[in-house]
Ligand binder design. Structure first.
Ligand code: ADP
Ligand code: MG
Length: 282
C-alpha cells in the first residue's frame, strides 16, 4: 500500500530533515509513526500525501508517486492535517459539503451523520468554525478526512486537542475504519494511541527510523523479566525485584504473607527512550 525507500528531504539546502527513511505499510494495517516533536513525522506525511515535493529516494502509494498523480490519487486518500485546514467563516456542515463536492457522489458520506458519529455538538452545526473549540475543529477535520470513504487514511496527531473521552471516541472510530479494510498511517507522539491501535509502529527521531515492529514485540525485546514482589515479614512491609524465572517454584526469600506481584513490563515510551535516548514529548 505504501512503499518508502531511502526517503530524504531538506527544507533548506545543506540541512537535511529526513535522512533516508525506509518502511512499507501493508494493506489494511494501522501503521504508527511515533516520534518526538520535530522528528520529521509531519514532513513525512506531507510528502506521502503529495503536499511536499522535491524529495529524494522513493515514495509509492498504490504503486504511484504521490506528487505525480494528484487527482486520481487524492480521491483514494483521506487526510487529517497537523493543523485544521477549514474555512473558519463557514460552518461545519458547509465545510464538509464543500469538501465532499470534490468527490464522486457514490463515494460521499453524509456530513451530518459523520458529525453525529463524532459526537459533534448539534447546536454548532450551522455556526462558523471560528466559534469552535480545538476539540470541535478536530472533529470536523476527522469528518473531512472520512467524507469520501478513503482506502488509505493519514492521521497527523488525531487525538491532539481532545479530552480523554474524545480520544477514546477517535480510537473507536479508527478501529471501525480498520474493520472496514481502510489502511491507516497514524502519526503521533501519543504512545497510548500507538500501543492500543497500531499493528506495527516505527520509531522516528531526528529524521531517522530507529526501530520498527509490533508494539508487543518491541516491548518484549526489552522486557526486563523482573517482577516486583511486596510481602510482609516479621510485621514489616518489604518490596523486592525478583527475576521471573526464580519465582517458578517458591519465593526465594523468607516471608509471612505475599501482598502483591507486579511484572515490570516496559511501556512503549520506555522502549522509545531506550532506542532513541529521547522522550516522546519534548
Ligand atoms: P514532527 O511532525 O515530528 O513534529 P516536523 O516534520 O513538523 O516534525 O518537522 C521536522 C523538522 O523540520 C523540524 O526541525 C522543523 O522545525 C522543520 N520544519 C518543519 N516544517 C518546516 C518548514 N516549513 N520550513 C522549514 N523547516 C521546517
Ligand atoms: Mg507534526
Amino acid at each position: 500500500m505504501i512503499d518508502v525507500k531511502n526517503l530524504r528531504f531538506s527544507y533548506k539546502k545543506g540541512r537535511e530533515t529526513l535522512h533516508g527513511l525506509t518502511f512499507a505499510v501493508d494493506d489494511g494495517e494501522i501503521f504508527g509513526f511515533l516520534g518526538p516533536n520535530g522528528s520529521g513525522k509531519s514532513t513525512t506525511q506531507k510528502i506521502l500525501t503529495g503536499i511536499l515535493g522535491g524529495y529524494c529516494g522513493e515514495a509509492l502509494l498504490f504503486g504511484q508517486k504521490p506528487d505525480a498523480h494528484p487527482m486520481d490519487f487524492r480521491s483514494q486518500i483521506g487526510v487529517l492535517f497537523e493543523f485544521p485546514y477549514l474555512y473558519t467563516n463557514l460552518s461545519a456542515l458547509d465545510n464538509l459539503n464543500y469538501f465532499a463536492s470534490f468527490y464522486p457522489a457514490g463515494r460521499r458520506r453524509n456530513a451530518a451523520e459523520l458529525l453525529e458519529m463524532l459526537e459533534f455538538k448539534k447546536d454548532f452545526l450551522r455556526k462558523p468554525v471560528s466559534s469552535y473549540s480545538k476539540g470541535m475543529r478536530q472533529r470536523v477535520s476527522m469528518a473531512r478526512a472520512l467524507i469520501h470513504n478513503p482506502r488509505l487514511l493519514f492521521l497527523d496527531e488525531p487525538t491532539s486537542g481532545l479530552d480523554p473521552s474524545g480520544a477514546v471516541l477517535f480510537r473507536k472510530i479508527i478501529e471501525e475504519e480498520r474493520r472496514k479494510g481502510t489502511t491507516v498511517f497514524l502519526t503521533t507522539h501519543n504512545m497510548l494511541d500507538a500501543d492500543l491501535l497500531c499493528d506495527r509502529v516505527a520509531f522516528i527521531a531526528d529524521g531517522e527510523i530507529n526501530a520498527l515492529d509490533t508494539p508487543q514485540k518491541l516491548k518484549e525485546q526489552k522486557n526486563s523479566n523482573m517482577a516486583e514482589v511486596t510481602y510482609l515479614y516479621e510485621n514489616k512491609r518489604c518490596t523486592v525485584s525478583v527475576e521471573l524465572s526464580r519465582l517458578s517454584r517458591v519465593f526465594p526469600f523468607p516471608h509471612d504473607k505475599i501482598i502483591s506481584i507486579h511484572t515490570k513490563e516496559p511501556t512503549l515510551e520506555d522502549i522509545f527512550i531506550q532506542y532513541t535516548g529521547k522522550g516522546l514529548i519534548s
